[in-house]
Every structure is written in structure tokens, then in C-alpha cells.
Write a protein that binds this ligand. Sequence first.
Ligand code: NAP
Length: 251
Amino acid sequence: MPRVAIVTGGGTGIGAAAARLLAANGLGVVVVGRRREPLDGVCAELGHAAVAVAADLGEPAAPGFVVEQALAAFGRVDVVVNNAAVIRNGPLDSFTRDEFDRHYAVNVAGPFFLVAAALPSLRASEDAAVVNVSSSVGSMVKPGSMLYGSSKAALEYLTRAWAYELAEDGIRVNCIAPGPVDTPIHATYSDDLEATHADLARRIPLQRMGNVDDLAAWVWFLVAPESRWTTGNVIHVDGGQVLGLPASAGG
Ligand SMILES: NC(=O)c1ccc[n+]([C@@H]2O[C@H](COP(=O)([O-])OP(=O)(O)OC[C@H]3O[C@@H](n4cnc5c(N)ncnc54)[C@H](OP(=O)(O)O)[C@@H]3O)[C@@H](O)[C@H]2O)c1
């Protein structure tokens, strides 16, 4: 029976591209997000290989519900891709307590309790993998990035902690840290997308923003048998962003 992956944020952007590639490689896929419509769109493309679960991963009951639904649909969970996240940038004194809690609820507690809820199934799998999706700002400070970036730094720490703790169960845990990728997420904080994209691309040593397939390829690789001796890594898939500004832009 094929392996089954839960992909959070699987209705759009990087998550949808990852869901498509996992399904193309024979996995059953459970796509999770708050909005039904984009999830149904991905499932319509993938047919019997995919099911949609609408859930808000910032809510405490969501992780258990998602795993329950995955088991009801496919009877197993072998892979968890923690990709859903929220972002708002701003200075220290601009954030409300609710915004702080929401970032940590969705970006940290969601992945934490989803993996915990999936553990019995992951332990039963002969080839289990967790892939967390962080960000280049999990390891580099950018203006206004403190709340989102610190939540991603926490996810990177969890990657190493889970990799260590779960190694004896044969569960591999890795993380990709994307640089700027052209997805709907930028519209959630920018009023001028064109200017935001131009500014982001200007700062990338490889001179362009990423596209979703640049990232999906790494999600698949970290689930694929070829990465079977790799665990606890945070892999920067970012056009060189963490190295600094392009030399031509002043380094
Ligand atoms: N694009 C970039 O430049 C970039 C750079 C670095 C890192 N990343 C990371 O890449 C990942 C994917 O983002 P993306 O760029 O592909 O943007 P995206 O298309 O906006 O994806 C975010 C997804 O998360 C889901 N989501 C948000 N809050 C949720 C919640 N409370 N419960 C369940 N699902 C929720 C959204 O669906 P609903 O709105 O329907 O819930 C959406 O499908 C994120 O972890 C992001 O931090 C992106």
C-alpha cells in the first residue's frame, strides 16, 4: 500500500506544489488548510490520490482531527509536511498579544501537535518522514521579521529535537528554509506586490525569486528513499539569500 502524506497549507503555493509532486510519486495526500475551495481544487486535480481536510491548525483540536481524517481516508500516515504558516512583519511595538499568540499557534504549536498526533502512525511506518517548512528568516534577521522569524527559528529547533528523539523509531525529520518564493503569502502583508517582488529579487545572489517547484523538489527529496540517511537538517533553498546581498548590490 502506498505511503500517505499530510501536507498542511496544501491548497496553495509551496504546499500545493509539494502535494502534486508527492502524489505524482505515488503517495496518497491529505491536504489541509482553512479554506475549502483551494483544497478541493488540488483534490480535483489529483483524484483518488488526495483528500481535503478543512481545519484551522492554530486551534488546539485541529491536529488530532486532521490525523483522524487521514486515517479514516487512507488508514495510515507515513509523512507529515508542516508547511502552513502566517506572517506579519512590523516593529516590536506594533504587535498585539493576539497576533503574537496566533503566530506561535499556527507556526509552532500546529506542527508540534500535528507530529505528536501522528506519532503512533509514523512509528508504525517503515519509511516515515517529517518535513518542516521554515524560512530564510529563521536564521537571518530582516527588518520587521522578529515575530515570524522567531516562530520559524523555533520550528528549526524542533526539527533537530524531533530528529534526535525519533531517530530510534526510524522517523526522519528535516526542514527546508525557503527564500522569497512567488506565492499568495506576500499578498497577506504587502499592498504593492510588484514592488515587493522586485525588492525581494534584487536581494537574492542568484538574482531571482524562487518558484514553488524549486521548493517542492526538496520536499519530495526529503521524503524519498534517496535521503534515507539524512535527518535533523535545515536546508536553505533560497537562491543564496542567507549568504548576503548580491556582490553587484554592494554585498
Ligand atoms: N513564499 C515565500 O516567499 C516564503 C519564504 C519563506 C518561507 N515560506 C514558507 O513557506 C510555507 C508556505 O507558504 P507559501 O509561500 O506557499 O504561501 P501560501 O500559498 O499563502 O501558503 C500558506 C498556506 O497555509 C495555510 N494556512 C495559513 N494559516 C493556516 C491555519 N491557521 N490553518 C491551516 N492552514 C493555514 C493557507 O491556507 P488557508 O489560508 O486556506 O488556511 C495556505 O494554503 C510557509 O510556511 C511560509 O512561511 C514562504
